[in-house]
Design a protein around this ligand. Sequence first.
Ligand SMILES: Cc1ncc(COP(=O)(O)O)c(C=O)c1O
Length: 438
Amino acid sequence: MNTALKECSELDEALAGAESRFAAANPKSRARHERAAGVLPAGHSRQTLYYAPFPLTIAGGKGCRITDLDGHEYLNLVGDYAAGLFGQGCEALQCAALGAMQAGISLSGPNAYEVEFAEYISKRVPSMEQLRFCNSGSEACLFATLVARHATKRPKILVFNGCYHGGFMIYGAVDPPLSVPFPLVKAEYNDIEATRAILRANATDIAAVLVEPVMGSGGAIPATPDFLNMLREETRKLGVVLIFDEVMTSRMAPGGVQGLRGIRPDMTTLGKFWGGGFAFGAFGGSRELMRHFDVRNGGLLSQAGTFNNNVITMATGLVGARDVYSPEACVRLNALGDQLREQLNELGRTRNVAFQATGLGGVLNTHWNSGPITNPGVVVPVNAPVRRLFQLEMFERGYYVAQRGMINLSLPMQQNDLAGFVGAVHDYLTRYATLLRA
Ligand SMILES: Cc1ncc(COP(=O)(O)O)c(C=O)c1O
């Protein structure tokens, strides 16, 4: 057998072993998944939560740890794909949610919390001079894009391969069947010259450039400041609306990545942590754009949504952002993430394995590649077995990680929690070094 084939079959063997240990250790999760598959296609309601051979069912948690149905405890490094910023059992959030419930839900009118929350958001993210609430980041991106099309009377949206803007707006070489049928122009993330040329060539048709200032689901890949600056300059010149999708990235700095980079987009979308653990979305921007919703003054856009201003989210979101994820807490957590990224990268270098972590602050993604990662196109496709083996081996060591390599820190985490994880990765890279180098 040649060496590559031998390494391949060793990898398959290692994975088969890890999968059978996983199945033996998790009979309750397995049974739960099989039952769920009877009524929920593939046994779930959210694509990112599924992985082979079956996902663990999570019974509960405390702080930054969660426990599965079979009683294993993990450090939760999935962090609900960036939304689980507060971890479990945050008293301030519990009090806010309970207080709102006790004061009355489904009040059927504007409520006392929403103005204060909107004012706070606008103060922290000043490009959102005015905003509207909705129920998810997906909705926020959809609304923002529709506003841009309405305001400019142009049809097309410029998006980037690998960017994710919600369940109906996932962009890559092939768009999934469930996609909003917007006419699109696509460009490569961080490719300044090509994107500038595409923008200029299509300027009269393009309503908006929709971009994540750090690509999240696509692999935690930061946009370079030069790339974002170019987008700002060109869109301004061409009358195109620049939308920053900060649903994920707004946790990376007190005023989002736009604050960190000193760039003011025309519109911004928010989601995830801003709801304090509850369903949340918001979109907003300049008064000039948002005036289209002001039906008192001739605006033609109406925005409906039964739960847009639901009291639980409004009350809890405000407390979460203002009192818990204060600018100081935000800076501390993101510094912890930068430190973890550096430690993981150091491991890849010293173990001489093509392994690295990308991202910004407390949002990271591990990649089984060496060399700079500037867009998803430069990521060498890695065997699914490599990623699956890593996940299962981390589970066995008590670390709950996503199969795609995404890691999101939460506020209860301390340095020693992350030191334990770095130790587990070190152990893994040492054990499988020969396989991984192959
Ligand atoms: C950048 C970005 N935009 C939009 C969304 C969609 O948000 P939601 O899942 O709340 O619909 C996500 C969710 O992961 C996201 O990461």
